[in-house]
Design a protein around this ligand. Structure first.
Ligand SMILES: Nc1ncnc2c1ncn2[C@@H]1O[C@H](COP(=O)(O)OP(=O)(O)OP(=O)(O)O)[C@@H](O)[C@H]1O
Ligand SMILES: [Mg+2]
Length: 241
């Protein structure tokens, strides 16, 4: 596999807590990779390293062969990394359009260009009818779409999604799945954290399982669900059969 994203022996501790321990895996271009594991396994911490918000203590992250880790969030965004947050972060006093323009400005767009780019991604994300709505008036699934739209407005090559589908109804989650597939079909590589296995496993090409900060195993969805260590540490007995 030619890697688009390479996580190479990444370790990160906060005080005495080892959030990530010697984590290594590759993601192919255009792949959808699931990053799964119990609460506190280190998933969000690893996203923070990949998106440049946190510098690893050891190891590095390569995007298309270039080292991006330890260079800060602006450098990572310029290199083509975008993310959404586990706790939705919208600018509540601003309209949906303005929220997404922030993403385009982060990529250096001028106002007119940023507005056009924002309208395009809002259309793509299914929010075209909501451009002038204040962000705080959106429904929960619309807020998730707004997060994705703002990330897409930075024109990423890699999109990190942290629990985008958690807390949605099955119908809303199905809409989210369709949007993530459409993102991938644009050639954007996706790494997603999700606890709802019924939604995640049919969507991803492969999954990496973290436990206690380490990679427990990685493989196809079929390999993951039948792996005894994954069942023991995370999935529980309902998968044992
Ligand atoms: N900035 C930080 N400061 C201190 N501790 C941190 C920090 N970031 C992560 N940790 C710790 O690292 C460990 C991994 O946390 P992380 O948020 O990455 O887990 P997670 O896999 O995303 O869990 P969840 O599924 O609950 O979101 C936890 O023990 C957490 O308290
Ligand atoms: Mg998390």
């Amino acid at each position: 596999m030619t890697a688009f994203l390479s996580v190479c022996s990444v370790s990160k501790a906060f005080g005495g807590v080892s959030a990530n321990v010697d984590i290594s895996f590759d993601v192919a271009p255009g792949e959808i990779l699931g990053l799964i594991g119990p609460n506190g396994a280190g998933k969000t911490s690893l996203f923070n390293v990949i998106s440049g918000e946190v510098s690893p203590d050891r190891g590095e992250v390569l995007l298309d062969g270039a080292a991006i880790s330890g260079r800060g969030p602006v450098a990572c965004a310029r290199a083509g990394v975008a993310r959404t947050f586990q706790v939705v972060r919208s600018f509540d006093g601003m309209t949906v359009l303005e929220n997404v323009m922030v993403g385009a400005f982060a990529r250096g767009a001028r106002p007119r260009e940023a507005m056009r780019a924002a309208q395009d991604v809002l259309d793509f994300a299914g929010l075209a009818g909501r451009t002038d709505t204040p962000a705080h008036q959106l429904t929960p699934p619309e807020k998730r779409r707004l997060e994705i739209a703002r990330a897409l407005a930075t024109r990423p090559r890699l999109l990190l999604l942290d629990e985008m589908l958690t807390g949605l109804t099955p119908t809303e989650a199905a809409g989210g799945v369709a949007l993530i597939r459409a993102v991938r079909d644009q050639g954007i590589t996706v790494v997603m954290v999700e606890h709802v296995m019924e939604v995640l496993l049919p969507l991803v090409d492969r999954a990496v399982v973290l436990n206690l900060g380490r990679v427990l195993m990685q493989g196809t969805p079929a390999e993951v669900v039948r792996h005894p260590d994954v069942i023991r540490a995370y999935l529980g007995d309902k998968y044992a059969a």
